[in-house]
Design a protein around this ligand. Structure first.
Ligand SMILES: [Zn+2]
Length: 342
């Protein structure tokens, strides 16, 4: 697989998962997809992974929107810290009218200009996509998968991502899943599976080992892991089905990304991360005596601090968040520290 394809697929994956990508990477990926069927197919696969029907928009509309998006992104680069925050309520409200549930997935942008610009841009596409795709029935998406593969894959994944994220604001009545997501840990940091990279030769620079049994029943083994082609904090881990991006499990606090830190091994899929052992498990729902209620993150989820640790260096989240929260429906308290780029 060529380097352009590797970079493009990493970018598509990052965009699909709402991770930060630069304007340059987004544009390069878009341009590359115009001439590379393999990467278009990869983008289509990403979209097919999602259970929700993906909205479809006419290719010529998508082209126009992408032009507008690029312009918006450039314009906003200087003022995005304010714009990302100011625009969030307005766009969220527009989407709420179009689709019902609220969403606030991109409101955490701010520190990263490209991320914020893409967030606002994605929101613009999203609103258009929702308005446009009210006309055809949702089934259209599965009847014409080729349309998504040929054009506008970035937009469609944005739209789909937002549709998924709309659930993030759902009431906490969501029943807890029986098992944790397919987490693994690297240097005690928690990661979740991202895209399967289409060629194992993407693994180049070793960054150490991950100990996991993946979904198997056997004993966990040490798996050589590699630097990600995108510097979004993800890592590349070769698994039973090939090399896969594993993405940091993050939440936004004060415009910065914080990654979940596990005290336990989490060396098999389906295990819930626990607090680092230096924190005794709180005995009260308010976090006491270990933690003190502090404030809220960008999703409005209550954060808690530990004595002697500034909130900017780490904070705790109570158990029982919705399954759509970055913490999932973890029955344990979780601890979050500033993201590291392996
Ligand atoms: Zn390609």
């Amino acid at each position: 697989m060529e380097m352009d394809c590797i970079r493009t697929q990493a970018t598509l994956s990052a965009v699909h998962d709402n991770e930060s990508v630069t304007d340059e990477n987004a544009e390069a990926a878009r341009a590359h997809c115009e001439e590379c069927g393999a990467c278009r197919a990869f983008a289509a696969e990403l979209r097919a992974l999602d259970s929700l029907p993906a909205p479809q928009a006419p290719p010529e509309l998508i082209d126009r929107v992408m032009v507008a998006v690029t312009a918006i992104a450039a314009e906003r680069a200087e003022e995005i810290e304010a714009a990302a925050i100011l625009e969030a309520p307005a766009v969220a409200s527009a989407v709420a009218q179009a689709s019902g549930p609220r969403f606030e997935w991109f409101s955490g942008a701010g520190r990263w200009k490209a991320y914020g610009a893409l967030g606002a841009a994605a929101a613009a596409v999203l609103v258009v996509a929702f308005l446009v795709t009210r006309t055809p029935a949702p089934e259209t998406a599965s009847i014409h998968p080729a349309a998504g593969a040929e054009a506008g894959t970035l937009d469609l994944t944005f739209s789909n991502e937002a549709a998924k994220s709309a659930g993030a604001a759902a009431p906490m009545a969501t029943p807890a899943p029986p098992r944790a997501p397919d987490y693994l840990t690297f240097r005690n940091r928690v990661y979740k599976p991202g895209s399967l990279l289409s060629d194992s030769t993407t693994a180049t620079e070793s960054i150490g080992t991950v100990t996991t049994a993946f979904s198997g029943a056997g004993a966990p083994t040490q798996v050589q892991s590699y630097r990600s082609p995108v510097t979004d904090g993800s890592i590349v881990v070769p698994g039973p089905d090939g090399s896969r991006l594993y993405e940091p499990v993050v939440r936004i606090f004060s415009s910065l990304k914080y990654q979940m830190v596990a005290g336990n091994a989490v060396d098999r899929f389906g295990q819930w991360p626990e607090l680092p052992s230096r924190f005794p498990a709180p005995t009260s729902p308010d976090g006491s005596p270990t933690f003190v209620i502090a404030g809220g993150d960008m999703l409005g989820v209550q954060t808690h601090t530990a004595a002697g640790i500034p909130q900017t260096q780490g904070f705790a989240i109570a158990p029982g968040t919705p399954s759509t929260d970055p913490a999932g429906s973890n029955p344990n308290w979780t601890w979050w520290e500033p993201i590291l780029i392996p």
